[in-house]
Ligand binder design. Structure first.
Ligand SMILES: [Ca+2]
Ligand SMILES: [Ca+2]
Length: 223
């Protein structure tokens, strides 16, 4: 009798656990990401196994027709990266745009740009003793094949070292401006770039921001 009771108790205890595990396994989610042509994430979804992902709205891409997606996203059984598929519109004209380093001739970027659209400037190279000041031509609206060259000026150490925002004071904000440049959140150019290179090693780095902060904190009195 005791044995039977023990068995019943054991079953009562174990059964809910078994079912709990089953329902847990059934509720497995997968991550589905929809990626646009430019690498932008259009949608990230958690989809229950066996369910369908929801197609996101896709922004218009000038000069191209949207053809669909590169993978099926119905009955999802795994994590998925789904990419948009595009085809050049019949009436679209592409122009070839090259960005070229004017000092050593390196091709920095090679792009096919839809007529009337902007090209995307690459990161210019750093050259010793020179400061990048811009590009040789506008590329906001491409209307023909073109080559665009970097324009540099000789670096002149005449500004206020450390003053990366050109307000003629060296403050914590200058360290921030330098760090934003290092993180590629903005680009210091011209005199600001010269001022930002506090240790004058022809590179704008976090170390320059550190020097500015040490100066602001009074730990050093000159650079
Ligand atoms: Ca400043
Ligand atoms: Ca430096």
């Amino acid at each position: 009798m005791k044995k039977k009771l023990a068995l019943v108790l054991a079953i009562m205890l174990v059964l809910p656990l078994v079912f709990a595990n089953v329902s847990f396994a059934a509720e497995e989610y997968f991550t589905v990401m929809f990626i646009n042509w430019d690498g932008g994430v259009l949608s990230q979804q958690q989809v229950l196994r066996g369910e369908d992902a929801v197609e996101p709205e896709i922004p218009e891409r000038i000069g191209y027709d949207f053809m669909g997606w590169d993978k099926d996203f119905h009955n999802v059984q795994s994590n998925l990266f789904i990419h948009s598929v595009w085809q050049l519109s019949e009436e679209t004209t592409l122009y070839h745009v090259q960005f070229v380093d004017s000092i050593d001739g390196t091709i920095l970027s090679d792009q096919d740009v839809v007529e009337g659209q902007a090209a995307i400037a690459p990161k210019p190279k750093e050259h010793e003793g020179l400061v990048f000041v811009g590009w040789s031509a506008s590329f906001a609206e491409i209307k023909h094949h073109m080559q665009i060259f970097t324009v540099y000026e000789e670096a002149k150490p005449e500004g206020l070292l450390g003053d990366a925002d050109l307000n003629e004071k060296v403050e914590a904000a200058d360290a921030t401006a330098i760090l934003r440049h290092v993180a590629q959140l903005n680009t210091l150019e011209g005199q600001a770039a010269i001022n930002a290179d506090v240790d004058i090693n022809n590179k704008i780095e976090a170390a320059d921001a550190t020097l500015v902060l040490r100066f602001v904190a009074g730990l050093i009195t000159e650079f």
